[in-house]
Design a protein around this ligand. Structure first.
Ligand SMILES: [Zn+2]
Length: 298
């Protein structure tokens, strides 16, 4: 920063650059810069490189060339393209990709195929959930057991008081503390190895780590379950909470529209009616049926 002139610092717009840069908007702006420069080239050829250079500088330092691009991209870019860029569970380009990455992926798939569990059976055997039949004995609802729930909430309270540290996540994510970076965002997000993992609230992060720890303590096989399936199971368990872990308010299912940098999309939520804490937030098209069944892998 210190090498930059005060002029550049003056025009820099931190709210649109750095970690806040919107990739689709940047891409659209670069395209606009190319088109405008080509048009200029037709009229005054020597001016074109200057226009192009100034445009790129503006995009670099201000985050955009044309004000209001987020609104434009929201309206005109296909949703699937925007979803690709979105700040969800994104992958970060590895600085030094392993040469045998492909082989590792094959081995990982093989491991996942061999060690995937039936989530409901696993959680029942662990004493974490039970089926509760309703009054006329027709339907069975899955509930967490009181014992599991109270162990989980004790641990979650402890995490809420102390804060989650890298040491709390190493075993859960099968990695070392140096590969864990807490991101500065308005929701909890942690970069673990080459991937950024987001949670809809601090409470959601706390109950995930707490459920992980309780399951690791009470079963022999929790860490044999493939990592991604374990995370799906933890996310599904979040939808089982009937009371808010923060304020004990009633948790209910709802639908909402979420605005990200340049698009809005529908999500299903499990959130506290009193304090608004969101335990689960999933794009509605990804949440078909019940979450525990979604956590089952072929
Ligand atoms: Zn609450």
């Amino acid at each position: 920063m210190s090498t930059e002139s005060s002029l550049l610092q003056g025009i820099r717009r931190p709210e649109y650059t750095g970690a806040n840069r919107c990739l689709p908007c940047t891409a659209v702006n670069v395209l606009i810069a190319i088109v405008v420069s080509l048009l200029v080239a037709v009229v005054v050829l020597p001016l074109a490189p200057v226009v192009f250079g100034v445009s790129l500088l503006s995009i670099y330092y201000r985050g955009y060339l044309v004000p209001g691009t987020p609104e434009l991209t929201k309206r005109y870019l296909p949703d699937r393209l925007l979803a690709y860029f979105d700040h969800g569970d994104e992958r970060v380009q590895a600085a030094d990709p392993a040469a045998n990455e492909e082989w590792e992926t094959l081995e990982k798939l093989e491991y996942e195929r061999e060690h995937a569990v039936d989530p409901e059976t696993f959680l029942r055997d662990a004493g974490a959930i039970r089926a509760e039949t309703d009054v006329d004995d027709t339907a069975a609802d899955l509930r967490t057991t009181d014992e599991f729930e109270s162990a989980l909430l004790d641990r979650a309270d402890q995490l809420a008081a102390d804060g989650v540290t890298a040491a709390d996540l190493t075993e859960m994510f099968e990695t070392g503390p140096d590969s864990i970076t807490f991101k500065d965002r308005d929701y909890p997000a942690v970069q673990i190895d080459s991937r950024v993992r987001p949670w809809p609230s601090d409470a959601a992060l706390h109950v995930d780590v707490a459920a992980n720890d309780v399951l690791a303590e009470r079963t022999d096989g929790w860490y044999d379950v493939p990592l991604e399936q374990r995370l799906d199971i933890l996310a599904a368990l979040r939808s089982f909470h009937e009371r808010c872990p923060v304020c004990d308010g009633v948790v209910s299912f709802d639908e909402a529209v979420v605005d990200s940098c340049c698009r809005s999309y529908e999500v299903v939520t499990f959130a506290c009616e009193d304090c608004g804490t969101r335990l689960v937030e999933l794009p509605s098209d990804a949440a078909q049926g019940d979450l525990l069944a979604d956590a089952e892998r072929a």
